[in-house]
Design a protein around this ligand. Structure first.
Ligand SMILES: Nc1ncnc2c1ncn2[C@@H]1O[C@H](COP(=O)(O)OP(=O)(O)OP(=O)(O)O)[C@@H](O)[C@H]1O
Length: 248
């Protein structure tokens, strides 16, 4: 039986008179790479923020592996096995690549206790090195993150979301501002990680080539509501989707 990792049920969210998300429901299954796309202002970030507890929905609920995540803080979500990347880079430029990953691992474990009383790296150096090697960042391990190219920093950002082996990773525009060569590398690594670990991804992305070649299923939002759902091939051919983008 297919295991549901993320379940979004009847989520609505308004800002004053703007209905940013209208009664949105869908499930994401173990090992899926789900793309969440839609024209500017269609409600993607608002929905993401409702899932991640940064916004309180007006109605509806969200569960991750069956557990209600409403009102959970970021560190609690991490402990439930949810990782995320941000639209804007979240690396600390004055810290090395290695230390950024160790810090991300500490946050995922919510382990302030181990930061205070455990070994200085909370035992995370080995895991960080594995991640550095997986994303082929070994030559940059001890460099300050701020000295890396933008694309390299996006890779570090992605690697940070995978520390502590999350069951679900939400990626917010991972391809944004990344050059073509680096984009191919990022996509290949994400696909490999997904295949090897059966980690579930939800990806918000404007780069259609990237999202269509990475994702196994796509949900399309327009004006806060789902207008289509299907395989990349079905979505490419869907006239309602084409019209929504042309009209935006
Ligand atoms: N904090 C807020 N206050 C008021 N309106 C908001 C707020 N956040 C989002 N909105 C409005 O809600 C609607 C949905 O915005 P949202 O950012 O979720 O869309 P999006 O699909 O993520 O857009 P983009 O692709 O441009 O990032 C828009 O009309 C936006 O202006």
């Amino acid at each position: 039986m297919t295991e549901t990792v993320l379940s979004i049920r009847n989520i609505s969210k308004s800002f004053g008179g703007i209905h940013a998300v209208r009664d949105v429901s869908f499930d994401v299954y173990k090992g899926e790479v789900l793309g969440l796309i839609g024209p500017n202002g269609s409600g993607k970030s608002t929905l993401f923020n409702c899932v991640l507890g940064q916004l309180k929905p007006d109605a509806g609920g969200v569960t991750v592996t069956g557990q209600d995540v409403a009102g959970k803080r970021a560190c609690e979500l991490s402990k439930l096995g949810v990782g995320r990347t941000f639209q804007q880079l979240s690396v600390f430029p004055e810290m090395s690549v290695l230390d950024n990953l160790i810090l991300a691992g500490q946050e995922h474990r919510g382990s302030m206790f181990s930061r205070l009383f455990g070994p200085s790296d909370a035992g995370l150096t080995e895991e960080a090195d594995r991640m550095i090697s997986f994303f082929r960042l070994g030559h940059l391990r001890d460099e300050l993150a701020g000295s890396l190219s933008y694309g390299q920093q996006k890779l570090v950002d992605a690697a940070m979301a995978f520390m502590a082996n999350p069951a679900l990773v939400l990626l917010d525009e991972p391809a944004g501002g990344v050059n073509l060569t680096m984009l191919g590398h990022l996509k290949e690594r994400l696909k490999t990680y997904n295949r090897e670990h059966e980690t579930t991804f939800v990806v918000i992305e404007h780069n259609m080539e990237f999202v269509m070649s990475l994702c196994t299923r796509i949900v399309v939002l327009a004006e806060g509501a789902i207008i289509a759902e299907g395989t990349p091939e079905e979505i490419r051919a869907n006239q309602t989707v084409i019209d929504a983008y042309l009209g935006s």
